[in-house]
Design a protein. Sequence first.
Length: 257
Amino acid sequence: MSGSLFQEIVTTLLVDDEVIAIHRLKKALQVYPQIKIVGEAMDGAAAVELINRLRPELVFLDIRMPGFNGFEVLDRLTYMPMIVFVTAYEEYAIRAFEKNSLDYLLKPVEEERLEMTINRIRQRPKQETELLSRIKMLLGEQQSEPRISTIPVRSGDKIFLVHVQDVVLLEAREKYVVVHTEGEEQLIDYSLSYLEGRLPETFVRVHRSYIVNKLKIREIQKYFKGTFMLLMNDRKGSKVKTAASYNDTIKTKLLLP
């Protein structure tokens, strides 16, 4: 590929939870001198922080990662670069385009396919701002789905309904989510990401592993590096440490200074 592909440098961030995948992609991109790699991230939280802070023009974004995935990274961005999803799973291709990504690449990334992606980057107007607004619109449509008032819990052949006003917090624990009420813990199959957009406004995502009912918070304590410790109003006095990546949402919803 000719070095005259771009008139200007394209600042680029690589996001993947596998070191070898980042190494291979970085090596493949060396053919394109105008692609300037300004950072790397290996999980969703780090990706959100780096993208919002460094504001790269282009991000190669893995989909399956610890914490929250590539789609969830997009949900948390205040700045939207050009996005190229990178995945080992072809099943994600359609959803990648539903999220208005510039392109998607299947692992292992082939040189010819990468060249097609680079051509798309060249053809995309640098000043285009439509991407962010379109993604925000999609997210708004998702959040407009009816709010739930109960959560189904299976017990053998029976299904019990837990009223959301009785829920103190929801905790991601390995493959399951635990619903904490004032005196009980119950396992459900729904993910936190699925529930987050369907719970009432009184529920706040404070960590990749926790959603809390703000009406069940007894006390808020300042914690390490601007985070908070939430003391919940249940029988065992549950404590939830927030994550810095959720600080803006927490401060807005809890009216914290």
